[in-house]
Design a protein around this ligand. Structure first.
Ligand code: ATP
Ligand code: MG
Length: 357
């Protein structure tokens, strides 16, 4: 893994800490940041490296096919099942299974997988025999699973099971010091594709790279290097990047002032919980849900205040979907003042079922 920014150094430390623990790891981050590379690094540094690393794309298949892909099937389990077939979990025995795009796994299958993670055994589709496996589970997603849990798209119990260690790979725009190392690495990797065998990135282009917001992250940078080596079209590339810079995200959190709820809020949350504890001893789950909801409510109110009641912009600021924000506004009873029209932006037309809020 190339990079020397504080966040990449922290990730490398974390990798070294968890590498032989067998604890389930969840890797999150935007598209192209290097999540799969982190997963592969974990496997190759672990004591499981001589055994297979088996990747399953949970978004690519409908629920039933994904189930037989993961757990295999017995002969006659369904039409066309002429021969029994082991699933990916069996193939990954003693090794690692990489559950890619786990955020897209159907909810019904999450329940089944939860059981497998608890017992380390399962039954093939159409089978009766328990199959026992010893597999390290690494899950990968570019979804915000906290949000998916709160809207019911992802099972909370499953989330806590796969998320024992969480590694968040930050976008390239917040760790621009890594760009020069990555450029050097990719030039070395692809220089064989160049007619002359060497390649120089013009300093003008390096400056453009440093100011760019990298929506496609490291993959985008890698593709640019490949293209430059083959086409040697630095001027054209520079022009294209400058054009797409105009579409930069309106609220870049990396440079925006970071607002945090103050300590008195945390204290009032605790006071509230203490009050409730006098009535009935709370479960941890209940406490987590209630305290989180209270803090989220204050943060949402602040976002609504800052955007002068513009819920679309507030959702962008909070980095959640517009629909999720509407859901939370209703759920937490957040008051939204009448819009101040001075910002001139347009409010989204609400879907019919949400018009009430
Ligand atoms: N730190 C890094 N050092 C070297 N190469 C990197 C690094 N980060 C990413 N890459 C390269 O960038 C490309 C994209 O990385 P990867 O496939 O791991 O991203 P991803 O987060 O899984 O993306 P997606 O969400 O689109 O699946 C790969 O070719 C990978 O090798
Ligand atoms: Mg990936």
């Amino acid at each position: 893994m190339i990079g020397n920014s504080p966040s990449i150094r922290r990730i490398k430390d974390l990798i070294n800490q968890v590498v032989d623990t067998d604890l389930n790891v969840l890797i999150c981050g935007e598209s192209g940041v290097g999540k799969e590379l982190v997963a592969r690094t974990l496997h190759h540094l672990s004591y499981r490296r001589e055994h297979p690393l088996v990747k399953v794309n949970c978004a690519a298949l409908p629920s039933e096919l994904l189930e037989s892909e993961l757990f295999g099937y017995e002969r006659g389990a369904f039409t066309g099942a002429i021969q029994p077939k082991p699933g990916k979990f069996e193939l990954a025995d003693k090794g690692t299974i990489l559950l890619d795009e786990i955020g897209d796994m159907p909810v019904a299958l999450q329940a089944k997988l939860l059981q497998v993670l608890q017992d380390s055994e399962f039954v093939r589709v159409g089978g009766v025999r328990n199959v026992h496996v010893n597999t390290w589970v690494i899950s990968v997603t570019n979804h915000n699973l906290d949000e998916d849990v709160s809207t019911g798209r992802f099972r909370e119990d499953f989330y806590y099971r796969i998320n024992i260690i969480k590694i968040v790979v930050p976008p390239l725009r917040v760790r621009k010091e890594d760009i020069s190392y990555l450029l050097e690495h990719f030039i070395r990797k692809y220089k064989g594709m160049s007619k002359g065998g060497v390649i120089d990135i013009p300093s003008k282009l390096e400056k453009v790279f440093a100011e760019y917001h990298w929506p496609g992250n490291v993959r985008e940078l890698e593709n640019y290097v490949r293209r430059l080596i083959v086409l040697e079209d630095a001027d054209l590339l520079e022009e294209e990047i400058l054009k797409s810079k105009g579409q930069q995200m309106p609220e870049d959190r990396s440079v925006a002032e970071i607002w945090m709820p103050d300590e008195s809020l945390i204290k009032s949350v605790i006071d509230n919980c203490r009050h409730e504890m006098q009535i009935q001893f709370p479960s941890l789950k209940e406490i987590r849900k209630k305290s989180l909801a209270r803090i989220e409510k204050v943060v949402i109110e602040e976002a609504i205040r800052r955007t002068k009641g513009n819920r679309k912009q507030a959702a962008q600021l909070l980095q959640i979907s517009y629909k999720a924000l509407l859901y939370k506004i209703k759920d937490f009873g957040v008051e939204v003042p009448d819009r101040d029209s001075s910002d001139g932006s347009l409010e989204l037309k609400l879907p019919k079922e949400l018009e009430l809020f």
